[in-house]
Design a protein around this ligand. Structure first.
Ligand SMILES: Nc1ncnc2c1ncn2[C@@H]1O[C@H](COP(=O)(O)OP(=O)(O)O)[C@@H](O)[C@H]1O
Ligand SMILES: [Mg+2]
Length: 235
């Protein structure tokens, strides 16, 4: 990617953050109480600004992957139950706007501690949840499952119409998007997510849901050895 393009993308962050700042001031009443009928449009503005921020972010992350030596995570641990709950909580405004839902199901798993880091894990889960919300047609019901199989893992499932066979073959390649994906997107999210998963010694895989329409993406991470982190529920 040419350096001047990266620079322009980078510089877009400044006006965007000013716009976001004014938006929060409008929402928190700094300029006086906002009329009730402004709530929905302000929420839409917030979501659209967030989408633009994510796109910029993806391009910059990609650039960093291009030129920086791969920063492997060290001996860090991540509590997957906690990460799943955090990611689901921050997806709620978007889910509300799209009239969808995001719920966490930890099943019988009390604590899933993996090797990896929180920042990468959350970035991956944000991407997967966002995809599940925007590409799952009108159902938009997303379940984030914390599981223990060969190791700790988090699955993000939706009840949409799934992904076409052609797209499935190259799903994790950069700039690949399914035909007919009307939503704004760069086609970088899954590529970045898998790269981050592999940097942590794990992987990101796609599965068709058995007996359902819809998609299931699974983030696999190596199990952590050594002292366990406190479980989110007992913290
Ligand atoms: N949960 C999903 N359901 C249906 N299609 C999906 C889902 N997740 C990803 N896709 C398809 O894979 C493509 C690539 O996703 P991604 O790499 O996140 O890029 P982007 O979201 O920017 O298009 C999307 O454009 C979409 O066509
Ligand atoms: Mg995406």
């Amino acid at each position: 990617m040419p350096d001047d393009v990266v620079e322009v993308v980078h510089d877009l962050r400044a006006p965007l953050s000013v716009a976001s700042g004014y938006l929060s001031m409008l929402m928190d009443g700094t300029f006086g109480p906002a009329p009730g009928q402004w709530c929905a449009p302000l929420e839409v503005l917030g979501t659209k600004l967030e989408e633009a921020r994510l796109l910029i972010d993806e391009i910059l992350v990609l650039r960093r992957m291009d030129c920086a030596p791969v920063a492997r995570s060290g001996n860090d641990q991540v509590n997957l139950t906690e990460a799943a709950r955090t990611a689901a909580a921050r997806a709620q405004p978007r889910a509300r706007l799209l009239q969808g839902s995001v719920v966490v199901d930890t099943g019988r798993v009390h604590s899933a501690i993996a090797k990896g880091d929180q920042r990468r894990t959350l970035r991956i889960l944000d991407n997967l949840i966002n995809n599940a919300l925007v590409y799952s047609g009108t159902t938009r019901r997303v379940v984030v499952r914390v599981e223990q199989e060969d190791g700790p893992q988090v699955a993000v499932e939706d009840s949409g119409s799934g992904i076409s066979e052609e797209c499935r073959a190259q799903l994790f390649e950069p700039f690949v998007r399914d035909e007919g994906s009307a939503e704004v997107g760069s086609g970088l999210g899954l590529f970045i997510s898998r790269t981050l998963a592999r940097q942590m010694g794990g992987d990101l895989t796609f599965h068709r849901r058995r007996g359902h329409s819809g998609s299931r993406f699974v983030l696999h991470l190596p199990s952590a050895q050594g002292p366990r982190l406190p479980d989110a529920r007992s913290a």
